[in-house]
Design a protein around this ligand. Structure first.
Ligand code: G6P
Length: 611
C-alpha cells in the first residue's frame, strides 16, 4: 500500500528519500510528500499524482537541504488523493511531521477529542490525528519518543510510522504495529523504509522492527524499546537479493522482465529441494517430521489475489497426488467466518509479499485455533514469514510489477513439491515420484520455448485490445489458470474479464457470447480434453472469437479457433506452469498496446496491508 522512507546521517537527505520513494512507488502512487529540517525549520512538500510531480515541485537544492528527512507515497484509504491528504501530516505547531502506513480505526473519536482541546485539522485522513495526538503529549514536556509512545496507547489500528520534530532534529522516531518497517544500518547514517527495496542500494544490513517496538534512530546509533520501555536487542539481517532484481534492465516494464525471468525463478523454487534418487521433495523449512507429515488429515490453503489462484491449483495437485482433502479459500473470508480447523489440519498461508493484511489475519485466526500454520512467501523476514511456524520461501527475487507473475509460478512450483512430498508418503512409489520430478525439471526449458512466441502474442493482443469484455475458460486444474488469466487482463488493461469453468459457462456466461466476445480457452491434452473440446464447439456455435491454448502437435482445435497458441506437453498437474505464460504475455501486451502504465495500474497496490 503506502510506502514510507526516512534518512538521517551526514548527507543531504532529500535526494536520498525521494530516490528511495521512487523504488516504493509500485506500492502506492496517488500522491506523495516529504519533510525535512532545513536551517532548523521543518519544511514539508506534497503533491498529488506520481513522485515525479513531487520532484518537480521541490525548490532548488540549496533551499531544501538537511540531513534528516521522511517521505511517503500514498494509496488512499481515508480521504481522496489530494495534496492536503498526502503525507507527511503535520501538527498545529508546524514543527512535527509524520508519515504513516496503516489505518487508525478509532480516529473519529480521537479527532473529536482533539478538536475539543483546540486542535485544528486540515485533512480528511485518519493519519492526521496521530500528529495532533503526539503534539498533545509533546506539549506536556515529554521527549518526542515518549510522546509517541503515550499517544499510541490511545490508538486502535495498525501503523508503520516515522516522526520528525523540529525541536529534536537529530532523530527520527519509528514505530510499528501491523505494518512493516525496516531500519537500514549505514556508515554514520541510518535509513527507514516500509520495504527493504527502497534502501537496498545503500545498505544490506537491516533490522525488521517487530510489532509494538519503537525506535529512536540517530545518525550514529539507534535504540529500540518496547511498550514497557525495556530495551530490545535486535537481530541484524543481511539482505541477499541482487540489486539487479530491482532494476528494469533492457525491459520496457518490470512485468515483462518478471515474465521472462520465469525459467530461472521456477528453477530457483525447486533447486535443492528434490531428491532424485528417492523421487521425493525436501521442504526442510516446514519443520515437520515424517511422522507429523503422515498425521496430516486435511490442508487449508489461504491467500488473496493471484496467490489465491496458486492455492486453487495447489488444491487440485495435492488432492490428486496425495489424496488429502484440501480447502482453498480467500483469506478475507476465512478469517471472518470462524472456520472449522479440526485436529490434523495443516494450514498454509500463501503470500508473495508476506504482508497482506487479510492473509496475516487468517494466519492468526488459524493459529488461535491450534493449527500449525506454514507460510509460502517471497519476502524474507516479512511478517507472515516470521509469524508462521515454518514454511518455504519461493526465492523468486524481488517482484515489482503490481500484477504478480513470477511469484505465481514459483508458488505453484512449491505447491507441486508439497504434493510430491505428501504423495510419496501416501499414494505413489519411488518410480512415480521420479517421474514427477523429471517432468518438473523440464519445466524451465519449456517456459523458455513459450516465451519465444512473445511477438506472436503481441499480434494476438492487438487483435483483442479494443474489446470491452473477455471470457477465460478452463477445466480441472486449468480452470484456476483461466481465473488468473482473467485477473491479469483486468488488472492492467481495465478490460472486464471473467474466468469460468468451461462446462459451467452454459449456466450463465454463454448469454454474453456474441461475435465480438474473445473467449480464451485452455484446452491442453489432458484427461478432460474431449470435454473441453465439446464446450468450445458450443462457444464457436455462438460465433465467439476463440483463442485457444493447445498442446504442441494438436491441430484439432485449429478449425474452431481464430488463433491457437501451442505450448509443450507435460503432466496435467504441471500444466498450469506452462499454460499461464501465454496468458500473462497476452495481458501484458494488451495493456501496453493500450498505452497503460503496466507496472502501476490504477487503484491497485502491490501489497495490500489494510483489510
Ligand atoms: C495485491 C496485488 C496482487 C497480489 C495480492 C496478494 O492485490 O496487486 O498482485 O496477488 O495483493 O498479495 P500477496 O503479497 O499476499 O501475494
Amino acid at each position: 500500500m503506502c510506502g514510507i522512507v526516512g534518512y538521517i546521517g551526514n548527507r543531504n537527505a532529500l535526494p536520498i528519500v525521494v530516490e528511495a520513494l521512487k523504488r516504493l512507488e509500485y506500492r502506492g502512487y496517488d500522491s506523495s510528500g516529504c519533510a525535512l529540517i532545513h536551517c532548523g525549520e521543518l519544511q514539508v512538500y506534497k503533491k498529488e499524482g506520481k513522485i515525479i510531480e513531487l520532484e518537480r515541485a521541490l525548490p532548488e537544492p540549496n533551499l531544501c537541504s538537511g540531513t534528516a528527512a521522511i517521505a511517503h507515497t500514498r494509496w488512499a484509504t481515508h480521504g481522496e488523493a489530494t495534496e492536503l491528504n498526502a503525507h507527511p501530516q503535520v501538527d498545529c505547531t508546524g514543527k512535527l511531521a509524520l508519515v504513516h502506513n496503516g489505518i487508525i480505526e478509532n480516529y473519529k473519536l480521537l479527532k473529536e477529542q482533539l478538536i475539543e482541546l483546540g486542535h485544528s485539522f486540515r485533512s480528511d485522513t485518519d493519519t492526521e490525528v496521530l500528529a495532533h495526538l503526539i503534539e498533545q503529549y509533546k506539549g506536556t514536556g515529554l521527549p518526542l519518543v515518549d510522546a509517541v509512545r503515550e499517544a499510541l496507547r490511545r490508538v486502535e489500528g495498525t501503523y508503520g510510522l516515522v516522526v520528525l520534530h523540529q525541536d529534536e532534529p537529530d532523530q527520527l522516531v519509528a514505530v510499528r504495529k501491523g505494518s512493516p518497517l525496516v531500519i537500514g544500518i549505514g556508515d554514520h547514517e541510518h535509513f527507514l523504509a516500509s520495504d527493504v527495496h527502497a534502501i537496498m542500494i545503500h545498505t544490506k544490513r537491516v533490522i525488521y522492527l517487530e510489532d509494538d517496538e519503537i525506535c529512536e534512530v540517530r545518525r550514529d546509533n539507534f535504540e529500540i524499546t518496547n511498550t514497557h520501555r525495556e530495551t530490545v536487542h535486535p537481530r541484524i539481517s543481511v539482505v541477499d537479493w541482487d540489486i539487479s532484481a530491482i532494476e528494469k534492465g533492457d525491459y520496457k516494464h518490470f512485468m515483462l522482465k518478471e515474465i521472462f525471468e520465469q525459467p530461472t525463478t521456477v528453477g530457483n523454487a525447486f533447486r535443492g529441494r528434490i531428491d532424485d534418487r528417492n523421487g521425493v521433495a525436501r521442504l526442510g523449512g516446514l519443520n515437520l517430521s515424517p511422522l507429523e507429515l503422515s498425521q496430516v488429515r486435511q490442508i487449508h490453503l489461504i491467500a488473496c489475489g493471484t496467490s489465491f489462484h496458486a492455492a486453487l491449483i495447489g488444491k487440485y495437485m495435492i488432492e490428486d497426488m496425495a489424496r488429502i482433502p484440501v480447502h482453498a479459500e480467500y483469506a478475507s473470508e476465512y478469517h471472518y467466518r470462524n472456520p472449522v480447523v479440526p485436529e490434523g489440519t495443516l494450514v498454509f498461508v500463501i503470500s508473495q509479499s508476506g504482508e497482506t493484511a487479510d492473509t496475516l489475519a487468517a494466519l492468526r485466526e488459524a493459529k488461535s485455533k491450534g493449527a500449525r500454520v506454514l507460510g509460502i512467501t517471497n519476502v524474507v523476514g516479512s511478517t507472515i514469514a516470521r509469524e508462521s511456524d515454518g514454511g518455504s520461501y519461493i526465492h523468486a527475487g524481488s517482484e515489482i510489477g503490481v500484477a504478480s507473475t513470477k511469484a505465481f509460478t514459483s508458488q505453484v512450483t512449491i505447491l507441486f513439491l508439497l504434493a510430491v512430498l505428501l504423495g510419496r508418503q501416501r499414494t505413489f512409489s519411488t518410480a512415480s515420484g521420479l517421474q514427477y520430478i523429471a517432468e518438473l525439471e523440464q519445466i524451465p526449458a519449456k517456459i523458455e520455448r513459450i516465451l519465444k512466441q512473445n511477438d506472436r502474442l503481441r499480434e494476438i493482443a492487438a487483435s483483442i485490445k479494443d474489446c470491452p469484455n473477455a471470457l477465460y475458460l478452463g477445466r480441472g486444474i486449468n480452470y484456476p489458470v483461466g481465473l488468473e488469466g482473467a485477473l491479469k487482463l483486468k488488472e492492467i488493461s481495465y478490460i472486464h474479464a471473467e474466468g469460468y469453468p468451461a462446462a459451467e459457462m452454459k449456466h450463465g456466461p454463454i448469454a454474453l457470447i456474441d461475435e465480438a466476445m474473445p473467449v480464451i480457452a485452455i484446452a491442453t491434452r489432458d484427461p478432460l480434453y474431449q470435454k473441453i473440446q465439446a464446450n468450445l464447439q458450443e462457444v464457436r456455435s455462438r460465433k465467439a472469437r476463440l483463442i485457444t491454448i493447445a498442446t504442441e502437435g494438436d491441430s484439432d482445435l485449429q478449425s474452431l479457433s481464430e488463433h491457437v497458441i501451442h505450448i509443450p506437453d507435460t503432466l496435467p498437474n504441471l500444466q498450469p506452469l506452462l499454460s499461464v505464460i501465454p496468458l500473462q504475455l497476452l495481458a501484458y501486451h494488451v495493456a501496453d498496446l493500450k498505452g497503460f502504465n503496466v507496472d502501476q495500474p490504477r487503484n491497485l497496490a502491490k501489497s495490500v496491508t489494510v483489510e
